[in-house]
Design a protein around this ligand. Structure first.
Ligand SMILES: C[S@@+](CC[C@H](N)C(=O)[O-])C[C@H]1O[C@@H](n2cnc3c(N)ncnc32)[C@H](O)[C@@H]1O
Length: 324
């Protein structure tokens, strides 16, 4: 299996320094962030990944760091259910490097690639369903259109949804290349991006419940952090980045009282402060080395209150019922 090259890792390490104590890496992947945390001073990393195939990268780190690393094969949104983690106030940091890994994209059998043919799957973890095939072949045309429009920010969403339904009425759509060809017949060619990019992103977000899991996790991350602890998130598209940015604004008491979010009410505010005012993006050197860094943004927050907030903020994001 080809190893994943971590994105914005050096920026992360320098922004959160000095590193100490126990960290949660919610997106273990090939272990790049976990290893860097251990190399730079963390005394323990609780590493989470919903994809059990990432365990192949665990052995090497365990050989070097022994029980300084503990791995959990579950959804990071379930951190509040994990007995080793819940209610600990000695967590020094939580990092999420979101999205898919190179291992997902490079293995056509996982169904994320529109370059090579594979089954329409797109599940990052071992969850029972739905798969991309369930969404493409069973969702109503209106749901497909909403999903592609809101999660993919694709202007041609209605036309794509209509074409998908016409094609699946002739024959079930079973492979990633069949789906990509349907989209390419509607979306004009573009030198920078494959026309299928946005629609594939939309379906992947729906399959993996990505936006809801992220917003739930941020809320619990703040609750388990000690004072001075860090929440760092690398996002890859504007929907994710908006959730992180809104969360940071709400928890640092900066959400405008005229917007639709509840004003901060708890006495513990502000609970977080932004370490970097503007999100960190990749340098030209990193972009030349690693194309995946193109849309990456890193936001880092530090907990400044002694106690955890009693407040459960809600971040707004499009939520589409699949109806299947
Ligand atoms: C971009 S990769 C992380 C790469 C990693 N930071 C590294 O340095 O190798 C994202 C990883 O997060 C995992 N992941 C995504 N969403 C998750 C979730 N809700 N719960 C647990 N793991 C998740 C994916 O399976 C994938 O392995």
């Amino acid at each position: 299996m080809q190893e994943h090259e971590p994105v914005l890792l050096n920026d992360f390490i320098s922004l959160v320094a000095p590193i100490a104590g126990c960290w949660i890496d919610g997106t273990f992947g090939a272990g790049g962030y976990t290893r860097a945390l251990l190399e730079n001073g963390a005394c323990k990393v609780l590493a989470i990944d919903k994809d059990s195939s990432t365990k192949v990268f665990l052995k090497k780190i365990q050989n070097e760091y022994g029980n300084m690393i503990k791995f959990y094969n579950h959804n990071f949104a379930d951190i509040q259910k994990n007995n080793d983690i819940t209610c600990r106030d000695d967590i020094s940091g939580v990092v999420l490097d979101l999205g898919v890994s190179s291992m997902h994209l490079d293995n056509p059998l996982r169904g994320f690639s529109f370059k090579e043919s594979g089954p329409l799957d797109m599940r990052m973890g071992n969850q029972p369903g739905p798969t991309a095939s369930d969404i493409v072949n069973r969702c109503s045309e209106a749901t497909l259109a909403d999903l592609i429009f809101f999660y993919g920010q694709e202007r041609k969403a209605r036309k794509i949804a209509n074409k998908i339904v016409r094609e699946r009425n002739k024959k079930k759509i079973t492979t990633t290349l069949e789906l990509a060809e349907i989209i390419r017949a509607i979306v004009p060619k573009n030198l920078k991006k494959d026309p299928a990019t946005r629609t594939f992103q939309a379906i992947r977000i729906a399959v993996n419940n990505e936006l809801k899991d992220l917003s739930k996790t941020l809320v619990f991350a703040e609750k388990i952090l000690r004072k001075g602890g860090i929440i760092a998130v690398v996002t890859f598209h504007s929907l994710e980045d908006k959730i992180v940015k809104d969360f940071g604004k709400i928890m640092s008491g900066k959400a405008s009282s005229t917007n639709r979010y509840s004003p901060p009410t708890s006495k513990t505010y502000p609970s977080l402060v932004a370490v970097n005012k503007k999100p960190v993006v990749a340098t030209i050197e990193e972009l030349n080395r690693n194309k995946r860094a193109r849309s990456a943004k890193l936001r880092v927050y530090k907990k400044v209150s002694d106690s955890s907030s009693k407040f459960f903020p809600t971040m707004e994001f499009p939520q589409i019922e699949l109806g299947i």
